[in-house]
Design a protein around this ligand. Structure first.
Ligand SMILES: [Fe+2]
Length: 234
């Protein structure tokens, strides 16, 4: 598997390119619109046949490149069926498997940060979006978020994976780029040694400011980043 991690300095978003080295079929996870040209250049330089642009959720802090990539490269966009994204080609649901040659990407529902949040499991690594961050987790106070659901998603769907599974989140604001199930179980300050009730209390008392771009980004991302695009016919 060919694997690239790309960091957007403006939104601190981590985007991932996965490519099967035999078939050259690939997928981008959580691409950022302002970096579209960079992704296209990278994809071409690798000889990648991009098949999918996948979202871990409808982001509130940046606009996705999914729609633009579909226009340029004729790929399919994939967003959870619970995200309210009618122009996404694939309405992802728990248990779906996407194929890149002989590689598989498994969709794991991890609601809580948002109602439609999913993670993508590929071999020894999981792309957790904003469900589980490195030494943190996504907020749960908008887009159908729920601290109780997030606790269950993390403890029952992510922490039950093999301990050596690598954690690749959608954001990091402190220069960290990868963690593991072992490390997050032991050191994540929001989760390690916390009961569900303690976690819920902590999450419900964060009082975070509203994300700056939420009123622009969420409606745009429900349309794969291209609000003016019409709904698919038929
Ligand atoms: Fe988010």
């Amino acid at each position: 598997m060919i694997f690239k991690q790309i960091f957007d300095t403006e939104s601190s978003t981590l985007t991932y390119l996965i490519m099967d080295e035999v078939s050259h079929e690939g997928a981008l996870i959580d691409p950022v619109a302002s970096l579209t040209d960079y992704y296209v250049t990278l994809i071409k330089s690798l000889g990648c046949k991009l098949k999918f642009s996948l979202e871990t959720h409808v982001h509130a802090d940046h606009i996705t490149a999914g729609g633009k990539l579909r226009q340029i490269l004729a790929i399919q966009t994939g967003v959870s069926e619970l995200c309210g994204a009618p122009t996404a080609d694939i309405q992802l649901k728990d248990g779906d498997v996407l194929k890149l040659g002989s590689q598989s990407i498994q969709v794991i529902a991890t609601p809580g940060h948002t109602k439609g949040s999913v993670s993508f499991l590929c071999n020894d690594r999981i792309f957790t979006g904003d469900a589980l961050l490195i030494n943190g987790c996504g907020r749960t106070d908008f887009q159908g978020g729920s601290a109780a659901e997030l606790f269950d998603s993390i403890t029952e769907r992510i922490f039950t994976l093999p301990d050596e599974t690598l954690i690749y989140p959608a954001h990091d604001y402190n220069g960290r780029r990868v963690s593991s199930v072992t490390q997050e179980k032991a050191t994540n300050f929001r989760l390690a040694d916390k009961t569900k009730d303690e976690f819920i209390l902590l999450m419900n008392s964060l009082n975070l400011p509203k994300p700056k771009l939420i009123d622009i980004a969420v409606p745009a991302n429900r349309m794969c980043g291209i609000p003016e695009e019409s709904l698919p016919q038929g």
